[in-house]
Design a binder for this molecule. Structure first.
Ligand code: NAP
Length: 248
């Protein structure tokens, strides 16, 4: 089955990569279930998809809460009768040097970027195992592949996602669950991600870097569509995606 009529759940769908992916997949005929905390934004995105004759619904979701993730999966099934793909994309990047001891932000990143992904997996896996099909896609980061100063905790969370997803792929194959996985490692993408950096020096350096290199979130949405569109017996497990001009 190609994208058309697949039921796709997206976390972090209220802006950036999640929003753009939702709109692209809706154009290609998928049925979208959007999740994030900002319900007003989700409502507007659903309205915009529906105005283009697309099919979408939303449910306000805090990915750090397991009950919210379970309600999200239940909402997809009660609305569309099934769930084919979950794109675990919600994330935060309030970078700073470790010496600034911004431990509240460290904890937020662990809660959203790691536990949020685990909560999504916990909520959806019983369904995928029982139907012997499903596709788990995550947004890691090039920070999950390469270390850089200022990105210790963010990178650690994205490194963790890489490991979780690789083991999910291996175990799903071993157990014969027929679940596909894809982990995406984006570099600089033009979204709201950098707006929440509170350390002034880090914010300035990041802004300069993004101003020079950032590319459209459509670059990632296209990869999600490509991964979903592969034949059911083909799993493309990893994608590293960034600006052609970015020299590292
Ligand atoms: N932009 C880049 O350069 C880049 C590069 C590599 C990886 N990434 C990754 O891409 C993913 C998407 O980020 P983006 O770039 O599109 O940035 P963004 O525009 O800031 O989007 C982040 C999304 O995460 C959601 N979110 C944050 N905390 C949440 C929570 N507790 N529960 C539910 N949703 C939550 C936000 O929605 P609410 O605030 O409404 O909840 C928002 O929809 C993230 O995982 C990020 O780490 C981005």
């Amino acid at each position: 089955m190609t994208i058309e009529n697949k039921v796709v759940v997206i976390t972090g769908a209220s802006s950036g990569i999640g929003e753009t992916t939702a709109k692209l997949l809706a154009e290609k005929g998928a049925k979208l279930v959007l999740a994030a905390r900002r319900a007003d934004k989700l409502q507007k995105i659903v309205d915009s998809i529906q105005s283009e004759n697309g099919d979408a619904t939303y449910i306000a979701t805090d990915v750090t809460q397991i009950e919210d993730n379970q309600q999200l999966v239940e909402h997809a099934i009660s609305t569309y009768g099934k769930i084919d793909v979950i794109f675990l994309n919600a994330g935060l990047m309030p970078n700073s040097p470790l010496s600034k001891l911004k431990s509240d932000e460290w904890n937020q990143m662990v809660d959203v970027n790691i536990k949020g992904v685990l909560n999504g997996i916990e909520a959806v896996l019983p369904k995928f195992i029982s139907q012997k099909s499903g596709h788990v896609i995550t947004t890691s980061s090039v920070a999950g592949l390469k270390a850089y100063p200022g990105g210790a905790v963010y990178g650690a969370t994205k490194w963790a996602v890489r490991d979780l997803m690789e083991v999910l792929r291996m175990e799903s194959a071993q157990e014969g669950n027929n679940i596909r996985t894809a982990t995406i490692y984006p570099a600089a993408i033009e979204t709201e991600l950098t707006d929440r950096i509170t350390d002034k020096d880090t914010a300035k350096g990041t802004e300069q870097m993004y101003d020079q290199y950032q590319i459209s979130p459509y670059s990632i949405a296209n990869i999600v569509a490509f991964a979903i569109d592969q034949p059911e017996d083909v799993n493309i497990n990893e994608f590293t995606v960034g600006p052609t001009s970015q020299p590292w």
